[in-house]
Design a protein around this ligand. Structure first.
Ligand SMILES: [Fe+2]
Length: 394
């Protein structure tokens, strides 16, 4: 067995309606002035109003900042960090999906570090050295797992890339997992964010950096998602399915922070930056094609995934059992009625900013080859592999 280290410093509290206990959490931690970082969609959904009730009841001072956007840019992060600096708050409460939480991590980091977020992104001139301003997260989707991880993914509009700042100091202090807040999440978002969580679980399980603890968490998340995603999408008010998806997403977040990711995220991040394909949509679409290309790297692990997703592999030889995992994910995508081809993505439905065509492949491949976590994939991914995945998925 290889040496390994396992990180999980965030404290997690799960419960139906647990976000109403925010006042108690803040009191226990000794904070007095709260900066709520969120977006306008979360405010419109009435989620901030519920959290405000808890803050008012506890006589906390607070400020709501709802200018955060999907796929946060360097400019948005720097501006939000400036507003936070002037607020006098002693804690940040990030409420939303992956984008507001990632932005909040970067904002908190910039309170204790000089300069622009641009300088701290992967390949930049500065690095994270200090503890960051305390951050509490309340995720409103079951998918990104960002409430548990050390990464903040930022879009650089100048060169159309998505790059992350990753450091263990960015791990939030506390996560409140409240599936009640996710009940209103529409079926398409539930499906695509859930498939993002499944991608975290599968990529971290097959990753070359996986360790026995991350593997246990990855497999448990795969099982929970396999059993619950269809019900969460099809019958959005099914509380037990929502609860399972919320917890599975959090588990998968810890699993990938420790075990790593791979080619699905490599290509997904690139098409997210080049054509604004939402992260969950990119993951949903690419996961089965990337699995198909990686399965020869580890038949045993793919067989485990097939079993975790409920496939009956009895009597199959190892190769067929491994490929059953790929079938299971294709079937899941079909059942969830999500786009299964890059060419199906529709700018009118905000699934991309421009249609994805073969003409973009060279640019995409170039960027994917620079993806830091590509080496985690169980097979060596070459330019030809990325092209083959893109061609299969088009
Ligand atoms: Fe992801």
């Amino acid at each position: 067995m290889k040496d390994f280290e396992f990180k999980m410093p965030a404290r997690v509290k799960f419960g139906e309606g647990i976000s109403k206990q925010i006042g108690q959490v803040l009191r226990d931690m000794g904070y007095k002035k709260v900066f709520i970082a969120t977006d306008k969609g979360i405010v419109a959904a009435g989620i901030i109003a519920q959290i405000e009730e808890g803050l008012k009841a506890g006589n906390f001072e607070y400020q709501v900042y709802d200018e955060l956007i999907p796929d946060p840019t360097i400019e948005v992060v720097d501006e939000a960090a400036e507003v936070l600096r002037k607020s006098g708050a002693d804690v940040v409460l990030a409420v939303g999906g992956g984008s507001p939480i990632d932005t909040a991590k970067a904002m908190c980091m910039l309170q204790t570090h000089e300069g622009s977020i641009r300088e701290y992104l992967f390949g930049g001139t500065k690095s994270v050295t200090n503890p960051i301003m305390p951050l509490i997260c309340i995720p409103t989707t079951a998918g990104t797992g960002s409430e548990m991880t050390a990464a903040s993914v930022i879009t650089n509009n100048q060169n159309k890339t998505k790059v992350s700042v990753t450091h263990e100091n960015l791990i939030p202090k506390y996560a409140l997992i409240d599936p009640m807040l996710q009940l209103g999440c529409p079926p398409f978002i539930t499906a695509t964010t859930g498939m993002d969580a499944l991608t975290h679980a599968i990529e971290s399980y097959i990753s070359n950096r996986a360790n026995p603890i991350s593997e246990a968490m990855s497999l448990q998340a795969i099982r929970m998602i396999g059993k619950n995603i269809r019900t969460a999408v099809g019958a959005g008010s099914a509380m037990e399915a929502r609860s399972n998806m919320a917890v599975a997403s959090t588990i998968a977040g810890v699993a990938f922070m420790n075990g790593g990711l791979g080619v699905v995220h490599g290509i997904g991040q690139t098409i997210g930056a080049i054509a604004h394909v939402p992260h969950g949509v990119a993951m949903t679409l690419l996961l089965p094609y990337c699995m198909e290309r990686s399965v020869v790297g580890n038949f045993e692990k793919f067989k485990d995934i097939a079993i975790a997703l409920g496939k009956n592999v009895e009597g199959l030889d190892l190769r067929d059992a491994a490929f059953a995992a790929v079938d299971a994910v294709f079937e899941m995508a079909e059942d969830l009625r999500v786009p299964m081809r890059l060419s199906e993505l529709d700018p009118a439905k905000r699934q991309c900013s421009e249609p994805i065509t073969e003409a973009m492949f060279d640019e995409i491949i170039e960027d994917v080859m620079n993806y830091r976590l590509l080496a985690d994939t169980p097979v060596k991914i070459t330019r030809d592999d990325v092209r083959a995945i893109l061609e299969a998925a088009l």
